[in-house]
Ligand binder design. Structure first.
Ligand SMILES: [Zn+2]
Length: 329
């Protein structure tokens, strides 16, 4: 039995409503794409060579749609088109395509997954299962019966921006004004403060200070704070990213024990919120066992050097203090 039902929602058109109470981590949807196309087709470099990039893309997508069985063509054409420009195939594609996994992978169109509305404070998250080649949607929070199930349409870098920037992006790309929990008052001011801080913390990390051999204790402090902020902003699906970054800092500084502990938390958190079919899942499990096999082992020196045998068990007395001992106080 499906856990959701497509229902008319005031001022939003349609949305997916929970038909039953859904617990965090629960698998809500598994779906294979109607069709997919390589993301390289949509790259700037390829489009720069086309005389009329938009009509070229429209033709590529139309060709893919026309190769589908008739009933699936109808499904595609019934999906929402937020674009007003001519080129209905491209418009539907741009409104509904999902990236299939990380890096430079394919983009795909889904009949059901496309019907979940966006929220900047979502209660579900989508992920791509590399083993089954299917999209999965998992709950990130307890979703009471009758509540709308939502997920984020924005990338990580976009979703951590304050409300005004997110709204501009969503308006431009999808043609709606977001009025989710994080965008609407009165919760708005707190959310703006949290996301301004998140964007600042992430910006410091992204500038790669630590990779230049600077003090890794500072980015560790940032990550610890991000771990507190993500759940406050409904971004539990991003927690694995924090643990993965902490792994990188630890293994780069020779701390095998903490690197292994952080990667173990990364794998556990990602499995819970994103499923077990992620592209790097097997490799990450190997890094829990042998963190020193990572190519950046001791790249920042060995000033935090520990052996794997010094690893503390999650949940043991003093685990949290031990885990974050390297973070700047
Ligand atoms: Zn919003």
């Amino acid at each position: 039995m499906a856990l959701y039902q497509r229902t008319a929602i005031e001022q939003k058109g349609y949305g997916m409503i929970a038909k039953t109470a859904i617990s965090p981590g629960r698998l809500i949807l598994v779906e294979e794409p109607l069709f997919s196309l390589p993301s390289v087709l949509f790259s700037r470099e390829v489009l720069a060579q086309a005389k009329h990039p938009e009509s070229t893309l429209n033709t590529i997508i139309a060709t893919a749609v026309k190769a589908l069985p008739k009933d699936k063509q109808v499904v595609f054409l019934e999906l929402h088109n937020s674009k007003t420009r001519p080129g209905v195939f491209l418009g539907i594609w741009q409104t509904n395509a999902f990236g299939l996994g990380s890096d430079n992978d394919d983009l795909g169109i889904f009949e059901l997954a496309s019907r979940f509305n966006h929220s900047c404070f979502p209660n579900a998250v989508h992920s791509w299962n590399y083993n089954t080649k299917k999209m999965e949607i998992h709950a990130t929070k307890a979703i009471p019966e009758g509540t709308e199930i939502t997920m984020s349409y924005l990338s990580f870098e976009e979703i951590i921006q304050p409300c005004a920037m997110r709204r501009t992006m969503l308006q431009g790309r999808y043609g709606f004004t977001c009025s989710c929990h994080a965008c609407a008052s009165p919760g708005n001011a707190k959310s703006i403060a949290h996301r301004t801080e998140l964007a600042m913390l992430d910006g410091e990390l992204a500038r790669g200070n630590f990779s230049l051999g600077m003090n890794a204790a500072r980015p560790m402090k940032n990550l610890r704070r991000m771990l507190e902020l993500f759940p406050l902003e409904g971004l539990e699906g991003e927690l694995g990213r924090v643990y993965n970054d902490a792994f990188q800092l630890c293994i780069g500084s020779g701390d095998q024990a903490r690197a292994s502990a952080f990667m173990e938390l990364c794998v556990k958190t990602r499995c819970f919120y994103l499923g077990t079919g992620l592209k790097d899942d097997a490799r990450n499990r190997e890094l829990v066992r042998r963190p020193q096999s990572h190519h950046t082992f001791q790249a920042l020196g060995n000033k935090w050097g520990t052996k794997l045998s010094m690893k503390k068990k999650e949940g043991s007395v003093g685990f949290d203090e031990w885990l974050w001992e390297r973070a700047e106080k």
